[in-house]
Design a protein. Structure first.
Length: 304
């Protein structure tokens, strides 16, 4: 049963974002591949290095992922997280998000240091490399990294717990995926479509419907922000719901300082989308406790 989210003060970053009706499109983190390592227990602000995961391993994973398109997350089961080390075998998910080549695979590691055998560059380009076994159902990761932002903990944990009761391993808590001010936030694997302002009902629909939901969608992590925005606009214009039929070319800046994005359908159709990127006011915090500043948003000006 869906439950109402706990109340947050008006100064909370997510409350301020909703009060200004901030657009979500184009705000997803950019990652072609997600590497998700189970790490029980508490997470600090920089969760990868501030958890019970070996700090040397954390630093090496971050270094190897840099520039490859791979984003490393920690995940854990919804529920209480006592501050004790549990050196049990870890479940690890590897998801590649490129349309037509997307995959989700799962493996179990007795020692997470074995992840250093992964070819990060190959994983970022969508090569499986014999990693684990295929997962044939979608997995939703809900950000609950409270040390990074209180909105994610207060709002995200409720959604994750509600869904875990009925969907088991298809739902995990995860570390920071960006966009705290849109909490509760989640990323759906293997497609990489990222969502904000989740509640239990909307999150459950993401796991039970194969169609792409554009409502409160922040974008597909495969693309850069302007590409995310353009792809969602074309989906709305054409009522396209299949996740793997649209392709986005790298955006290019035109003489007016706007992004020109080409979106193509596998059936041969194509659209040229003009996207404006600009800052909007008033200044507000990007996350709870942060100093207020301008917010960058993306808007579609024209579709040809």
């Amino acid at each position: 049963m869906a439950t109402s989210p706990p109340a947050l003060p008006a100064t909370a970053c997510s409350a301020a974002s909703r009060a200004h009706d901030e657009p979500l499109a184009g705000s997803a983190a950019t990652a072609t591949t997600w590497l998700c390592l189970e790490q029980p227990g508490p997470w600090g602000r920089d969760a990868l290095t501030q958890s019970h995961l070996d700090t040397g391993l954390a630093a090496e994973l971050a270094a190897r992922a840099k520039g490859t398109g791979v984003r490393v997350l920690l995940i854990r089961r919804p529920g209480p997280h006592p501050d004790r080390h549990r050196p049990t075998p870890r479940r690890v998910y590897l998801a590649h998000t490129a349309p037509g080549r997307a995959f989700l695979r799962r493996d179990t590691f007795a020692d997470p240091k074995l992840l250093l055998d992964l070819d990060f560059a190959a994983a970022g380009s969508g090569e499986v490399g014999g990693f684990g076994d295929p997962v044939t159902w979608p997995v939703l990761l809900v950000c609950t990294n409270g040390r990074r932002d209180v909105c994610c903990a207060v709002l995200g944990r409720r959604v994750a717990a509600d869904l875990a009761a009925t969907h088991g391993d298809a739902v995990w808590e995860c570390t920071h995926i960006g966009g705290h001010r849109f909490a509760p936030t989640g990323v759906l694997l293997p497609t990489g479509y990222t969502y904000g302002d989740l509640d239990t009902t909307r999150a459950r629909a993401l796991l039970t419907d194969t169609a792409v939901v554009t409502d409160r969608c922040r974008g597909r992590s495969t693309w850069a922000p302007a590409g995310q925005t353009a792809e969602l606009a074309v989906r709305d214009l054409t009522n396209t719901t299949h996740p793997d039929v649209l392709r986005v070319r790298d955006p290019e800046l035109d003489d007016d300082g706007h992004w020109r994005v080409t979106v193509r359908h596998v059936d041969g159709r194509g659209w040229r989308v003009t996207v404006a990127e600009h800052t909007t006011g008033p200044d507000r915090p990007a996350s709870c406790g942060a100093y207020p500043g301008p917010v960058t948003t993306h808007h579609v000006l024209r579709i040809d």
